[in-house]
Design a protein around this ligand. Sequence first.
Ligand SMILES: NC(=O)c1ccc[n+]([C@@H]2O[C@H](COP(=O)([O-])OP(=O)(O)OC[C@H]3O[C@@H](n4cnc5c(N)ncnc54)[C@H](O)[C@@H]3O)[C@@H](O)[C@H]2O)c1
Length: 352
Amino acid sequence: MRVLVAGDRGYIGAVLVPLFMAAGHEVVGLDAGWYDGCDFGPQPRGYVSRTGDIRDQRPADLVGFDAVVNLAAISNDPVGHLNPDATYSVNDHGAAHLARVARDAGVTRYLFSSSCSLYGDAGDDAVTEKSDFHPVTPYGVSKAMAEQRIHAFADSHFSPTYLRNATAYGSSPRLRADIVVNNLTGLALTRGEVRLQSDGLPWRPLVHVEDIARAFLAVLSADRDVVHDQAFNVGRDEDVVQVRTVAELVSERTGAPVTFAEGASPDTRNYRVDFGKIQSLVPAFQPAWTVSAGVDELVRDMHRHGLTAQEFEHTFVRLERINRLQSEGLLDEHLRRSHDGAGLHGAVAANQ
Ligand SMILES: NC(=O)c1ccc[n+]([C@@H]2O[C@H](COP(=O)([O-])OP(=O)(O)OC[C@H]3O[C@@H](n4cnc5c(N)ncnc54)[C@H](O)[C@@H]3O)[C@@H](O)[C@H]2O)c1
């Protein structure tokens, strides 16, 4: 298929694009370039990535594609809190706009990168795709709203699918340091301690970044009837673990002790997710990673890269990077670019 991947130059995109190309798909990227230059190793090659904003796409830009994969977003709670209006404008209205122009351009498949955060304050039972949404942050709300808005475009010619990913972990050429497994591993290597900000007791659904990419690939190849206007939780039961267990694992692998930040308090965000639907309806999705294998991979790649504390705490933290681009006037309050790509890239060089 000819696939437009929006957000191809981010953490998941940089892993997903090579996987799609290896499977024989022709990929074109589309990305605002916020993390250009924040490299953790060589970037994917052999495809064209357009620089642009999903909010500005027109049907003419999408003519000739069979599918759109939309990963482009403000991708976590802290950045979402910076300016909730900007978060809704990209994650909700922007995602729906891209779906509408894709449909108008004759694209038949739209894979939306949603999140388990839309379940929010979910109670004690494991959430399934039929559970209600109780998002507790602008980020979670934006994903819930986007799904509902995109759903309105589903028809016999246009099939959106909503992949509600668990929290990712693992190595990527566009590493993120602000997600729990990556964060604890990087802290162990750069600060010599696995520092927990909470008591570490809550359960977290986790999934390796490559397994997320595999889920998108499997959904793209699935019969349209099976995935038409359907939501899927993306993860695996074996990877629903307590944060404290992750910390102990990292400690075991690196020799760094587990410590608790001053005032570390009970963490009340606690939810469990049921991954049965994707397993039964999309059997081609075969997740391959475990958290312990992912920690080993991160340790290896962080050593190979020579990761410094400065990079780990600034270059690879989404909030830090966005704050920096804004303070340098390269992104405005609506998270729109004020300069060309060279400007964004320049800010990184100064960051390192
Ligand atoms: N990483 C996770 O743990 C996780 C978990 C659940 C869901 N998700 C979702 O998966 C998607 C990808 O996540 P990620 O971790 O790769 O995030 P990321 O922040 O690393 O990448 C997002 C990419 O989108 C681009 N982008 C942002 N706004 C844009 C816009 N308006 N137009 C064009 N490009 C834009 C950024 O430049 C960046 O390259 C996001 O939608 C995120 O919400 C991620």
